[in-house]
Design a binder for this molecule. Structure first.
Ligand code: 5GP
Length: 177
């Protein structure tokens, strides 16, 4: 396939992300002292955020992944499927679900219901980005990176048709037409 023709403008810089991720890591560590903790990344979009975040949490912890799929390109189908489950039992453990972005909230709602069925001791939500104007269900976010407007963002793990995940910043796509 040809290289992407999109132009991406920096929206949240690498240094602002780094600073915020370190703060979130300190908050998560403070709240989970002495607790058996598993940080669960939502594939694929959270992979870079999770990798940076777990290194900012100064606690013994486990890492796992869960897969969810709802989007085709940039438009939602409204249906959310769990495409990959946790690799180990988490009953009695303290979970932090790590998501790249909360848009309508439908993916997170589905994942919360799914994870509660695994009977964790607690379940907290950490998301890098949240678009409050687009929320269709209320999700109680415990650790939030940045509130943003109704923009389609890419980079730092987030894609548009599988492109741009490797950008070190969060950017906005300006389509070259
Ligand atoms: P929700 O179910 O909250 O509407 O959507 C959550 C998922 O939609 C995210 O995990 C992400 O995969 C995708 N998504 C929502 N908004 C954006 C966006 O602005 N950029 C990208 N790349 N993905 C988004």
């Amino acid at each position: 396939m040809a290289a992407s023709a999109d132009r991406v403008e920096v929206f949240i810089s690498e240094s602002r992300i780094r600073e915020r991720v370190e703060q979130l890591g300190r908050e998560i560590a403070r709240d989970h002292q002495g607790q058996a903790t598993t940080m669960v990344g939502v594939l694929k979009g959270s992979f870079i955020f999770l990798a940076d975040l777990v290194r900012a949490v100064d606690l013994p912890l486990e890492v796992d992944f869960i897969g969810a799929s709802s989007y085709e390109g940039t438009t939602t189908t409204g249906e959310v499927r769990v495409t990959r489950d946790l690799s180990r039992p988490v009953e009695g453990r303290h979970l932090v679900l790590v998501e790249d972005i909360l848009d309508t909230g439908l993916t997170m709602r589905r994942l919360l219901d799914h994870l509660q069925a695994h009977r964790p001791a607690s379940l907290k939500i950490c998301c890098l980005l949240e678009k409050p104007a687009r929320a269709r269900v209320r999700i109680p976010v415990d650790y939030r990176g940045f509130l943003i407007g109704d923009e389609f963002v890419v980079g730092y793990g987030l894609d548009k048709d599988e492109q741009h995940r490797n950008l070190p910043y969060v950017g906005v796509v300006r389509s070259a037409t």
